[in-house]
Design a protein around this ligand. Structure first.
Ligand code: HAM
Length: 445
């Protein structure tokens, strides 16, 4: 077969997708562990919604004109004629589940978190994939600004727990009372500067003028510098709400900036909107993509047919966090220390080791084995590399005597013990080992 042909026949990873290889897993484990811990500490319960939803769910919430829905959704019609989409984000699905499962009847607020894949047919580049994972928190049934601040705090503190310095960019985009007025003023401003706008902004001007404020085109950004600011056009209740959020952020010592360009690319937001970036001082030159974003969405539940329910939440992009951790050389715990390595010599010993391994696994010990290896030296070398505390050695002699050898990997001392007492013997030694470690770690007074 010619090499050209074989290349053609080779099946490759789908564009924009990413394999998470064993070496990457410690990052994922670490982020999941920290995300779980902070969600539980703040009283959030986990929710998992399906990856497939009716396309209309996102059209009605994220918005038909948004880039996410108009350009980036993976949508298809099933054989039964249903119009479905791979979820491009999780907030709309969680709101659907909140309504569908009658969570409005639970004591409010209802606090939910998720950790799962999302799909957007975007242009792949560093930190932008077509399948990516989000960790997110959503709170339903609470309008008090303290919750907005608490959620900002959770997103900020989680990034800190992961060894990075975050910076929150926060804004208010008003509500249905004041935003229409502001949009009129904004539209007029951009209309007067129409000649200099990029093609995308000219399109947005008719459909969603707020999005002009976060255009990445240099010329558009210059024009936006002079644009009327929404904070000057908020109605009294929105102004009060925003002031309160900012006061809480001050109280919580959160590093934030007021950024009028934070308007978010999803239609469902009202009032508080924020994005999370790596703090400028930590940021390698020229790379400033958001690690996460969130905001209030007080109309979304009602728009989906539920009772009017104030809500607020955020989502963090897991791959972006991992990139930032790697760029900032954040170390994650890589290997778990092995308690016991099970070594065997000879066919009979191998059979008995299989049984022994299963017995020890049930005791929740961290184990390792290489039953395909025949030589003891090879097995002891591996046990050493894995950092095993003890190795159990089972050979022909031990089988006939009903015994087993316990080797202390640090001192090299070996002892012969009764095979039937191995569980208690090994636990006793592990406990003594742990006590010794604690003593060694104790600071000198
Ligand atoms: P979003 O800003 O579209 O908001 O996404 C949140 C985060 O997901 C982004 O800041 C980014 O870190 C990550 N992300 C988005 N697109 C990609 C991509 N193509 N590749 C890699 N990472 C990506 C939402 O999704 C809202 N549902 C957040 C929210 C929750 N608002 C209220 N509650």
């Amino acid at each position: 077969m010619s090499s050209k042909k074989s290349k053609k026949n080779k099946i490759q990873l789908v564009k924009g997708m990413k394999d998470i290889l064993p070496d990457d897993q410690p990052y994922w484990d670490f982020i999941k562990e920290k995300a779980d811990a902070i969600s539980q500490a703040y009283g959030f319960k986990r929710i998992d919604t399906p990856i497939l939803e009716f396309s209309n769910l996102f059209k009605r919430t994220v918005g038909e004109e948004s880039d996410i829905v108009s350009k980036e959704m993976y949508s298809f019609v099933t054989q039964g004629g249903d119009k479905l989409s791979l979820r491009p984000e999780n907030t709309a699905s969680v709101a659907r589940a909140y309504i569908e499962h009658g969570m409005v009847n639970l004591p409010q607020p209802v606090k939910l978190f998720y950790f799962g894949p999302q799909f957007r047919h975007d242009n792949p580049q560093a930190g932008r994939y077509r399948q990516f994972w989000q960790f997110g928190c959503e709170v339903f049934g609470e309008s008090d600004p303290v919750i907005d601040a608490q959620l900002i705090g959770i997103s900020y503190n989680l990034i800190k727990d992961l060894g990075l310095e975050a910076e929150i960019h926060v804004n208010s985009i008003g509500d249905n009372q004041c935003r229409p007025q502001y949009i009129k003023v904004l539209k007029k401003y951009y209309q007067d500067n129409k000649k200099e706008l990029c093609k995308d902004c000219l399109k947005r001007l008719g459909k969603n003028p707020l999005r002009l404020l976060d255009c990445k085109n240099k010329k558009c950004q210059e024009i936006s510098q002079g644009a009327p600011q929404i904070l000057d056009h908020l109605c009294e209740p929105c102004k009060e709400h925003f002031m309160a959020v900012v006061e809480y952020l001050d109280e919580m010592n959160i590093n934030y900036v007021l950024n009028p360009a934070i308007v978010r690319g999803l239609d469902y937001y009202s009032r508080t909107a924020w994005e999370i970036f790596i703090s400028q001082s930590d940021k390698p030159e020229g790379k400033l993509s958001a690690l996460g974003g969130g905001g209030r969405y007080d109309y979304l539940v009602e728009d989906l047919g539920g009772r009017p329910t104030p809500a607020v939440g955020f989502a963090l992009g897991v791959e972006r966090i991992i990139l930032a951790m790697a760029e900032n050389k954040v170390e994650v715990p890589r290997k778990k220390e092995i308690d016991v390595y099970v070594a065997q010599l000879g066919q009979e010993a191998r059979k008995k080791s299989l049984f022994l391994f299963e017995q020890l696994r049930k005791e929740e010990l961290l184990l390792w084995e290489n039953f395909s290896k025949k030589g003891l030296k090879d097995q002891l070398d591996i046990a050493d590399k894995k950092g095993a505390k003890f190795t159990l050695i089972l050979g022909q002699k031990e089988i006939s005597d009903g015994t087993i050898i316990i080797r202390d990997m640090e001192s090299g001392v070996q002892e012969v013990v009764d095979f039937n007492k191995i569980k208690s013997e090994i636990k006793k030694r592990l406990a003594a080992h742990a006590a010794k470690q604690i003593k060694l770690k104790k600071p000198v007074q």
